[in-house]
Design a protein around this ligand. Structure first.
Ligand SMILES: Nc1ncnc2c1ncn2[C@@H]1O[C@H](COP(=O)(O)OP(=O)(O)OP(=O)(O)O)[C@@H](O)[C@H]1O
Ligand SMILES: [Mg+2]
Length: 334
């Protein structure tokens, strides 16, 4: 179980018309990723998704809050003891090409982490190559074909599979997939999403799926939890299916009504919603972060910031003073 509470992170941004200022990337984010669970974070560009993924993988520090992995508060641990915990949370990011060393064959890429693993677990060196074959087979690659090859000799989909195979060398507890299919040819995306689903069911690895695309979030973890994040704040959260079927926050509704209607098999939801204005970073702080774009904004929304509150007792939560279910998702006909 990986739990975050009150995670805050700001960056100093340089340049721009206003000169140096601070960007609040995460504003007190709470979440829980159960063992073997699927949790999705969705939100538009710049809302803080990657920052959260990097914090989870130990690649970024945070300013406030707690990160607890299997009951251990990581901030309380010395770096030497923190490192092995972070190693079990592996980040798969969008560009598999930059994640791999272009001068190393797949065999070389897998050998280092596996040799370390062999030493840590007192296994003979011969285990390294048999395990390399195993992890490649697990991700659907032909070891004979890929082991001697360099990243540029593989397709984008194969490269992302190699990245996932490398992540598996440490027997990870969780994979953080940050837009993991966005740079991959559309025809190969479904295969990677299926692979993540399979690793979850066969190995019990938890998946944290970061995306701006609701359809892929639903595909990977329909039985999991969905967190909708807007400018660094969680504004709606609950069981993925429930939130998608009955979104109550106007931002979630805008996000969901942007799902394309495909194949003529679906009809659009009754209420199509779009933000009234494009996202601007120069908004007054203090009120609801979504106020200036919200089609339903009221006086109170500009004066006070809503915090997460429950909808009934199902675990569904939202941060809106005027929540209302609107049917916005395309639904199959017949
Ligand atoms: N290293 C950094 N230095 C300065 N600002 C940063 C840094 N990393 C992120 N930011 C800022 O923090 C905010 C959140 O960025 P982040 O990359 O987490 O967003 P994101 O949701 O992943 O966006 P995208 O969908 O475009 O990948 C943005 O305003 C971004 O400009
Ligand atoms: Mg990102």
């Amino acid at each position: 179980m990986i739990e975050g509470s009150g995670i805050e992170k700001s960056f100093r941004s340089r340049g721009g018309v206003l000169g140096a200022r601070r960007v609040q990337a995460l504003r007190g984010v709470d979440f829980a990723i159960p063992k073997g669970g699927a949790v999705s974070f969705i939100g538009e560009s710049g809302c803080g998704k990657t920052t959260l993924g990097r914090i989870l993988a130990g690649l970024e520090t945070f300013d406030a809050g707690r990160l607890v992995v299997d009951g251990e508060d990581l901030s309380a641990l010395k770096p030497k003891r923190r490192e092995p915990v972070f190693r079990r949370i592996q980040l798969i990011h969008q560009d598999p090409y930059s994640a791999l060393n272009p001068t190393a064959t797949v065999e070389m890429t897998l050998r280092d982490p596996l040799s370390l693993r062999a030493r840590q677990t007192d296994r003979p060196h011969s285990w390294v190559s048999s395990r390399a074959t195993e992890v490649l087979e697990m991700v659907g690659l032909d070891p004979g074909y890929v082991l001697p090859r360099y990243p540029h000799q593989l397709s984008g989909g194969m490269r992302q599979r190699v990245v996932i195979a490398r992540a598996l060398t440490v027997d990870p507890e969780a994979l953080v997939a940050d837009e993991a299919v966005s740079m991959i040819d559309v025809s190969l995306r479904l295969g990677i999403l299926d692979l993540l689903r399979r690793l979850r069911s066969e190995l019990g690895v938890s998946i944290l799926f970061i995306t701006h695309d609701v359809a892929t979030a639903r595909y990977v973890g329909a039985d999991g939890e969905l967190y909708v994040i807007y400018r660094g704040q969680i504004i709606e959260h609950g069981a993925t299916d429930k939130v998608i079927a009955n979104p109550v926050h106007p931002y979630t509704q805008c996000l969901l009504s942007a799902i394309p209607v495909m194949h003529g098999l679906e009809e659009p939801g009754v209420d199509r919603l779009e933000p009234t204005e494009p996202l601007s970073e120069l908004q007054a702080e203090g009120g609801c972060l979504f106020a200036s774009r919200c089609p339903f904004v009221a006086e109170r929304c500009r004066a006070e910031r809503p915090q997460l509150m429950p909808v009934g007792d199902s675990g569904h939560e939202h941060a809106c003073f005027f929540p209302e279910v609107r049917r916005v998702v395309a639904t199959p006909i017949g």
